[in-house]
Design a protein around this ligand. Sequence first.
Ligand code: NAD
Length: 302
Amino acid sequence: MPTTPAQAANRPKPKVPYMQNNFMDLPKPVVPRVENRKLLKGQKAIVTGASSGIGRSIALALGHAGADICINYVAGEDKAKAMVDELRGHGHTAFSFRADVSNENDVAKMFEAVRDEFGTVDILINNAGLQSDASFDEMTLAQWNRVIGVNLTGQFLCAREAVREFKRRGVRPEISCAAGKIICVSSVHEVIPWAGHVNYAASKGGVMLMMKSIAQEVAPYRIRVNSIAPGAIRTPINMQAWDTPAHYRELLKLIPYKRIGEPEEIGRAAVWLASDESDYVQGTTLFVDGGMTLYPGFETGG
Ligand code: NAD
């Protein structure tokens, strides 16, 4: 028999301690420390948008795992150079290259430069992305095109160059089981609709099916294509969600694990997805989101 609204209202609710207490009374978040292994020794990687936030952490993590890195940036040459110095300071090999990922010519030149410098490319991290928010009826075509241009077309252009290079070169078993790996940095908004950010959610939803379709097409060439979908990660792109205790408290309502994610956690996921440890993982999205996609509104039973 269906539950009546009155019965539903009387149904016992799961006990969720933070509903009574302050979020800050919960166990103090501990961000894990993990052993550094050279899972990507001898591999050559391009990380787009690598001079800040998640891209920066991915570049560092890949470097620590033994890969040589091209730091792609579109603006802020000083930050990109600082990033290269930091990698070199750790004994890693790196150089920076300016390219707008939404520009076909720039992307072709970047891959040419990486082939000149490193000989080939084994790993592409499609990370560059941006937001340009507006309520839907006020969103300009320029805002729509810019976000789709960088977040979706940019990932297409870089992935296409990478697949061309992977097919040309093929598998080198001493380096990796795969001819190449592409990791698209997507977002929980590839599945969660986002009012006020229609262009962004559309771009990430597009990345999801682009990634899966490329993965299906190139799998027989031993090319692996996957995504990482971060939840709320502490970077400049979403600073307004964590810059004050009040904002942070609001944010935690959306995260069952009750802490924000750190960029290093995306770096670790990227190392694993790019390594042979995940060799049988193809065309999937790894959500790194503290449970944000678990419908947190239902934590108390709905
Ligand atoms: P960020 O702003 O620090 O990094 C984005 C980087 O992309 C910047 O370095 C920027 O200069 C670069 N970029 C922008 N346009 C570019 C272009 N045309 N060509 C080359 N580079 C360009 O923000 P972030 O949080 O590190 O974002 C990285 C990726 O992670 C984005 O794709 C974003 O959508 C995604 N993401 C972030 C979060 C989060 O909570 N921070 C959550 C989900 C997804």
